[in-house]
Write a protein that binds this ligand. Structure first.
Ligand SMILES: [Zn+2]
Length: 395
């Protein structure tokens, strides 16, 4: 039901789904499916799946896990609003494209809370709050937090003025909910086939992930960092969390919002460094084939047919995700085209500015076209990618 879509899920999984509700359990053990609408002093307003009606429920009547979830929901929505206001000032559309993003991997970790009773362990890195259901050593948090901090810095340095990536951690820390078991991750709303997910709560979203996705391995009774190989899921979901709400608007939602996340996730990464200047071959390999080392590519092939560009860019999001591999792959190639293959970035910049001004759909896309017909734009995209060895035939 449309009015239930308060929480939207944007994920990398091959069978994406819309998360509309959570199972809440009261202290008597009774369960209900509902969606949080707002939080007040001692009560929460829940929209019940069963009948579509809203109810005020005292927080004390809910299980500790539910209260924790509601508190996290409340904090992200409130701080997100404050952060948006404070960040509205500085835009970076005119900055040069980064060639290399490199952070100091010796990052500071603060232990904020470690409560065995309530199974709540909170660790802060400069820009993230990791909320975990099991205790972790400071050293382990420090190691996996590097990927998060580097992805944030990458999104901050991209000259697309995505202001969520510019808010200092002291003002607002992005929330990451971590689960020791895959089943707890799924119970809390993680899609079973996914390794991590971004849940947008009116645009002030959280990331959820099982510990295994962070490269953690249980040794005895504690966790060790055992990172092997690439991790495309987390940078993809983190990019969603750092992308301004306007860029999820109709006209950009899908081809650009997913294309941008794929662009970031496909950029070669190692130990706190994104090698942006060498991302063309990695992006091409990921879109056309099966990715580096045969992992997780979009498998479009180097010659393929594509739908009419206008229809593709304006298709509903559920249709976009229903054919995920193709649509995500093409979205990344188009995003790359607008970032790097036009004479300058003025068209994509004007388009993003138009979205920020509240334009959407066809009106926003007219700004991207900048006087060209759809046919002309298709021809320019085809020509640009053909010279890099990818043949796209628009219908
Ligand atoms: Zn996504």
């Amino acid at each position: 039901m449309i009015r239930h879509l308060v929480i939207l899920i944007l994920c990398l999984s091959l069978s994406p789904q819309l998360l509309v509700a959570r199972t809440f359990t009261n202290i008597k053990g009774q369960k209900i499916e509902a969606t949080v609408q707002s939080v007040e002093a001692h009560q929460v307003k829940l929209l019940l799946d069963q009948n579509g009606k809203s109810y005020h429920v005292p927080l004390t009547s809910l299980s500790p896990a539910d209260r924790e979830y509601i508190q996290a929901w409340h904090e992200t929505s409130k701080k997100g609003r404050d952060a948006d206001t404070q960040a509205a000032a500085k835009q970076n559309f005119d900055a040069p494209w980064p060639k290399l993003v490199s952070i100091d991997i010796d990052i500071e970790i603060e232990i904020v809370e470690e409560s065995k009773e309530s199974k709540r362990f909170v660790y802060h890195s400069p820009n993230y709050a990791f909320i975990c259901d099991v205790g972790l050593s400071k050293n382990v948090v420090k190691k996996f937090a590097v990927l998060f901090e580097a992805t944030r810095d990458y999104c901050r340095l991209l000259p697309i003025s995505s202001m969520k990536a510019h808010v200092p951690g002291a003002q607002f820390r992005h929330k990451i909910l971590l689960f020791e078991s895959k089943s707890a991750y799924v119970q809390n709303g993680g899609p079973p086939s996914s390794a991590g997910v971004f849940i947008s709560r009116g645009g002030k979203g959280v990331i959820m992930a099982p510990l295994t996705s962070l490269g953690l391995k249980k040794v005895g009774s504690s966790y060790m960092y055992d990172y092997k190989g690439s991790n495309e899921t987390l940078p993809h979901e983190l990019t969603h969390q750092l992308t301004d709400n306007a860029y999820f608007q109709v006209g950009a939602r899908g081809w650009f919002s997913e294309g941008l996340a794929e662009y970031v996730a496909s950029t070669p990464y190692r130990s706190g460094k994104f090698m942006v200047r060498s991302n063309l071959s990695a992006i091409k390999a990921y879109a056309t084939g099966y990715g580096k080392k045969g992992k997780g590519g979009r498998a479009l092939g180097t010659a393929f047919n594509a739908p009419n560009l206008k229809d593709y860019m304006l298709q509903p999001y559920n249709q976009f995700t229903a054919n995920a591999n193709f649509n995500y792959g093409l979205g990344m190639l188009l995003t790359y085209y607008f970032f790097h293959m036009e004479d300058d970035r003025s068209n994509i910049t004007s388009f993003l500015k138009a979205l920020k001004e509240g334009k959407k759909g066809e009106v926003a896309l007219q700004v991207l076209l900048n006087g060209r017909s759809w046919d002309e734009l298709e021809k320019q995209i085809t020509k640009a990618w053909r010279s890099r060895g990818v043949r796209i035939t628009f219908q």
